[in-house]
Write a protein of this length. Sequence first.
Length: 590
Amino acid sequence: MDIFNILSMLGGLALFLYGMHVMGDALAKMSGGKLEKILEKLTSNRLSAVLLGAGVTAVIQSSGATTVMVVGFVNSGIMKLNQAVGIIMGANIGTTATSWLLSLTGIEGGNLFVQMLKPTSFTPILAVIGAVFVVFCKSEKKHNLGTIFLGFSILMYGMTAMSTAVEPLKDVPEFTSILTKFTNPILGLIVGLVLTTIMQSSSVSVGILQALCSTGAVSYALAIPIIMGQNIGSCTTAILSSMGSSKDAKRAAAVHFYFNVIGTAVFMIGFYVSNIFLQYDFLQIAANPAGIAVVHSLFNVAATLVLLPLAGFLEFLAVKTIKDKDEDVEERDNVLQLLDPVFLDRPGFAIMQSRKVAIHMAHTSRESVLQAVSLIGNFDEQKAQHVRDIEDLIDRYEDELGTYLLRLSSKDLSKEDSHILSVLLHSIGDIERISDLAVNILLGVEQMHQKEQSFSKKAMEELSVYGRALSDILDMTVSALENNDREMAAMVQPLEDLIDDMNKELKKRHVKRLRKGKCTIELGLSLSDITDTYERISDHCSNIAVCIIQVEEDEMDTHGYRKEVKTDELWFENQYIAFEQKYMLPQSGK
């Protein structure tokens, strides 16, 4: 083996790693968070959890990614620890799908069907289809599918290049003698563990082992303990991702670790003790890629069958290892836990989580306004404090959600996810301002309460109607944001115009009462502050509604849209009249 073989092997490894990365990212982008959403809604049935974990992992080609997502779910409170156990077991089975795909490089045969199963035969076809989809197709779905094909083709070319490069090693006695030293089960296990820990992927380390099979020097006596070590090494990713997370997230990573360690220990003790009596002849036979896939699958399926009934015991071990501490009592806000950094590696799902936080933020901000409005003429210190607390909470939401969304904006997002991201980024500022304005209402009401002032009966009747219009525009805006409802969003603008006109009318009516001596200038200023705040809240509702519509149309000109919507005079006028009749102010007195 010369320097050129070494370079070819390194180049093949680079292509293999890059191809797996490209394919995994494209699969994640194409799923748009749907697979993670399925995991999130999982029932407590452990068998279905195993099957689901295996299926999702087989699709995204990474048990590490699945386990890390599960750790994130547990950390966010989305999933309980006992639900996570089954998925983790299933992920170990699902990761064997990669080794079966890679085993295709070892196919031999002369007929056409067998020849077409070889990667050297079908990957060029996939590469061509993938290139056509990526270069010539505008459809995002086809573009992602093309990227998956290209990633798979690169991966298989890399695997073939590695196998071809190391093949001359079969004639190097020194290489064979080194490998025989690792037939010691303990040494082989350590090699597999270290290799997988470095690569951060059992699929990659198994692929390297399959490539070495082309030398003919890798026997099953060597391969089996290495595969055992690779399974333990795959825990590293989950353990690292759980650092700094909640105790339950750490326990989920611990379950993964115990599952693989106990499964490996039971398998190796049982296998090597039985070998003493049965003398397995196949151990000295040279392994092939398909044989590696068989061993990998048999171990993970057997470990799951043995340990699934003992899932409660694994959970018990994890709880005993990661004990409750006093500082764990005060946990982070449940809503903000949804914004786990772990999810950033799966942007589609992270967008879904961000949207949940934004919707909760909008509902909470609406609640603060309605609470503040209810204090007019009926002041209550406890409710007033609640409005202040909500404002502080909304500020935290905006800060953390805004930072999270900015980190997400640098990720490769689908068009749909990019639209959602834009809506959220443009909306959270308006949502935060609405809660600020709720405090403005509170301050005005509180000042009146301290001075023992109150509005006249007529003014209260008018404010009541005005308040109903404000409540409804908030409801419409939150509903449009929650359901991405463009029709509902379009209804916001005519109501916002009516609220502007109602504010002007209320001021005119106050001036009339002032002239008749039925009201004071000081009360008039308080009334004006409150009604102006209502109008400003409706303006922010309009901003959110316009954003929902404009982002979908790949435009972002709020003022331009408002002018445009009014050009459809008949529709706009009809909506305005309908709202005007619904929120008709009581007749002003003589």
